[in-house]
Design a protein around this ligand. Sequence first.
Ligand code: HEC
Ligand code: HEC
Ligand code: HEC
Ligand code: HEC
Length: 120
Amino acid sequence: MTSQRDLKVAIILMIILLVTGFICYASFSPPTPDEPIRIMFQNKGGKVLFTHSGHMEDYGLDCLDCHHNIEDDDTYNCSECHESTGDEDLPSRADAFHIQCQGCHEEGGGPVECNSCHAL
Ligand code: HEC
Ligand code: HEC
Ligand code: HEC
Ligand code: HEC
């Protein structure tokens, strides 16, 4: 027969395990921000429309192809590191975009003319 006391201990144990489980879950799976469908970049060269989800679904790219830092730093925002001015070790935001976007397009057949990206 289970005594009243054993039952209490069991219930308290259960609550502790539940709370621990929840804390672990909450701390080990940081909420990923929503993946953008498209991004409109406003800038001095003319607006650029970037089909974010299309670059995965239609062109078969991987997050790491662009978010090259994501295994070590969990930010998807390039400007966290690539600021408006850069140097030879760390390109500025605009240089980072031109190197990465144009660089892949030269190999992969995407647009490389200024006004094919700065279309608006
Ligand atoms: C072809 C390049 C490319 C690929 C592939 C890519 N992204 Fe992005 N993503 C970008 C760019 C560029 C931005 C805009 C970053 C900025 O404005 O600093 C962005 C923005 C984001 C943002 C919003 C960040 C913010 O702070 O608003 C999230 C979230 C994101 N990407 C997640 C993902 C995930 C998850 C994958 C893989 C499934 C992925 N991306 C694949 C280029 C890419
Ligand atoms: C957490 C910091 C961080 C974030 C976020 C980040 N980068 Fe970088 N990036 C770096 C550092 C540091 C370097 C220089 C060292 C290296 O090449 O890895 C670099 C280098 C680069 C280079 C030059 C590589 C070469 O071969 O010359 C490009 C292009 C680039 N980043 C594009 C991007 C783009 C586009 C994004 C957003 C989608 C992004 N980075 C997000 C830190 C970051
Ligand atoms: C790793 C490779 C890769 C990177 C990085 C990349 N692209 Fe592309 N992009 C492609 C490919 C592949 C196509 C499709 C070419 C075709 O088949 O027409 C494309 C097509 C495009 C197009 C025309 C069609 C459409 O979907 O709108 C635009 C505009 C474009 N990319 C903008 C960008 C911008 C802006 C960036 C940087 C933020 C970027 N791309 C980064 C591979 C890439
Ligand atoms: C593959 C797409 C692509 C091509 C091709 C391209 N750009 Fe850009 N450009 C971008 C993106 C993306 C940004 C960054 C927007 C941002 O910072 O939010 C940018 C930013 C700029 C800026 C603003 C820089 C700043 O400091 O704010 C200028 C000016 C510019 N581009 C001029 C050009 C010229 C000139 C060409 C042709 C020689 C060119 N771009 C080709 C995508 C492209």
